[in-house]
Ligand binder design. Structure first.
Ligand code: ADP
Ligand code: GLC
Length: 486
């Protein structure tokens, strides 16, 4: 199949979160299955800087709405995936984050920026840009590309469309004026199309109009059909239920392999697991925490936003201190959380190390150096770090939601007996539940034999993309069959 994969991030060209990892590793896995994949991505300034070393070729120039744009072809670094960069300097040649300005505010013209990306995806999907390539599948991801299925919905001979929800909390909600700028038919301004309580919803373009919709774990696919996780879209998602799937993300198992990871001071695998502690001692040294192999070291990496349960973690610090544990945190995000964490380090420099910012090497070192990895997320569509942790013999402690529920199996007598236990899971959405689970986990850390079993159960799991890429292939086939009937 020819697959046009439209996304707003792809590792290593540009990344703010898991979408970037998934865009690059899924497109690679599809290529490995023999499909002809093109990745479409905006030519942000960082992307152009990162791609210029590997070569860029202008393959098309055309006008989209009022913009003169170009398509630059490159390869996703380290892969054979053909990548098309949508070059429109007025909208994308800006420093830093793809969505936020240097003050952390969303760009005021994000509606125009991502409408352009969706338009480019739609025109390329219809082979109207002079590229002489007509995809069978247009695969869109999150609200930034969600309008594309709506834009081509009435076209005869259109490709089949897939829309993947990586996070329903981000919907791309804009004004009626913004809708008027799209040249979409006026009848789309309706609650059964793109209107959402008086606003213009980008994400509904994908949910309403794509032939098939999926999310990134089976549990999240169920959860978003409920009021608690559906953000008002649960009714629509239930309506599309027969065409809605949950496909668990895989991980890039070359990038995230403790046996070959170049970021680590000490590589290790299942057989040499006793070497893992060298990474812990090095991490303690690097972050200026007391160096001690026996102190339980807890890690957290992620965006500092409410989703990630960072407030529950902040409320549990006393439990950690009482239990004489150390906490290593890496992340960036909302100012209130960043400030609260900085203040915490002042109070407990012997126990807590915080790094605000984005740091790939440190992320790998925390995965390898920590004993326990914390993901107390309020909701988590899939989550990648718990899978990295399992692979690195770092026992995850998570809230039972979304992809966390699908990958982490709570330690109980029964799950130890049947050799499936690989972490600790709490059910109730509260700081108290997190604290109780920490109090349950830490004594087991000190009981070395059981801990080793937990680590090995996690390390035995296979989270490679192979299986999930096949599930996407199946979904593409279903979408093609559905689109042909139209
Ligand atoms: P989300 O997409 O919601 O942010 P995921 O768990 O799917 O969550 O993916 C987050 C990805 O971003 C992981 O690969 C994680 O290691 C990485 N990451 C998040 N914050 C940082 C950071 N501050 N430094 C380095 N990597 C980070
Ligand atoms: C989103 C979700 C995360 C998921 C990632 C990739 O950012 O928050 O849970 O793993 O997308 O699908």
């Amino acid at each position: 199949m020819r697959i046009l994969f439209a996304t707003s991030e792809a590792y290593p060209l540009i990344k703010t979160g898991g979408l970037a990892d998934v865009s690059s590793s899924l497109s690679r896995a599809l290529l490995a299955l023999g499909h002809d994949v093109r990745l479409l991505l905006p030519a942000y300034r960082d992307v152009l800087n990162n791609a210029c070393g590997i070569g860029l070729k202008k393959i098309a120039e055309f006008t989209l709405a009022e913009h003169q744009v170009a398509l630059l072809e490159t390869r996703l670094p380290g892969t054979r995936v053909k990548t098309w960069l949508l070059d429109c300097p007025a909208l994308f040649d800006r420093p830093g984050n793809p969505y936020l300005d240097s003050n952390g505010q969303a760009y005021a013209d994000n509606d125009r920026r991502f409408l352009l990306l969706a338009r480019a995806a739609a025109e390329l999907a219809m082979n109207r840009c002079g590229c002489n390539w007509r995809p069978d599948i247009l695969h869109c991801n999150d609200w930034q590309t969600a309008l594309a299925p709506a834009l081509i919905s009435a076209e005869p001979l259109r490709p089949a469309t897939i829309f993947t929800i990586h996070n329903l909390a981000y919907q791309g909600l804009y004004s009626y004026d913004s809708f008027l700028a799209t040249d979409l038919p006026a009848r789309f301004w309706n609650y059964d199309a793109l209107e959402f309580h008086g606003q213009f919803s980008f994400i509904k373009g994908g949910i309403v109009f794509a032939d098939r919709v999926n999310t990134v774990s089976p549990s999240y696919a169920q959860e978003i059909q409920s009021e608690r996780f559906g953000y008002g879209l649960e009714g629509l998602l239930r309506y599309r239920g027969a065409h809605l799937r949950g496909i668990l993300n895989g991980i890039n198992d070359e990038e995230w392999n403790p046996g070959t990871d170049a970021h680590l001071v000490q590589r290790y695998n299942r057989r040499t697991l006793t070497l893992k502690v060298q990474n812990k001692l090095a991490l303690q040294r690097q972050l200026k925490l007391p160096q001690d192999a026996d102190i339980p070291l807890l890690g957290f990496i992620g965006r500092l936003v409410e989703q990630k349960g960072i407030d529950w973690l902040l409320a549990s610090i006393d439990t950690l201190i009482t239990q004489n544990a150390q906490l290593v945190l890496l992340g960036s995000g909302e100012r209130v959380f960043e400030d609260a964490l900085r203040e915490l380090v002042q109070r407990h420099p012997q126990h807590i190390a915080v790094t605000i910012g984005y740091n790939e090497t440190l992320a790998h070192r925390i995965e390898a150096g920590a004993d326990i990895f914390l993901m107390p997320s309020r909701f988590e569509p899939c989550g990648l770090n718990q899978m990295y942790s399992l692979r690195y013999g770092t026992v995850p402690l998570v809230h039972r939601v979304g992809g966390l529920a699908d990958t982490v199996i709570d330690m109980t007598a029964a799950t130890m007996d049947n050799a499936t236990a690989n972490g600790f899971v709490f059910e109730t959405p509260s700081a108290a539940a997190l604290q109780q689970t920490l109090e349950r986990a830490l004594p087991i850390y000190r009981a070395r034999k059981q801990w080793r079993q937990l680590q090995l159960h996690g390390m035995n799991a296979d989270f490679s993309w192979q299986h999930s890429a096949q599930a996407y292939q199946q979904l593409y086939r279903e979408a093609l069959a559905a689109a042909r009937v139209l």
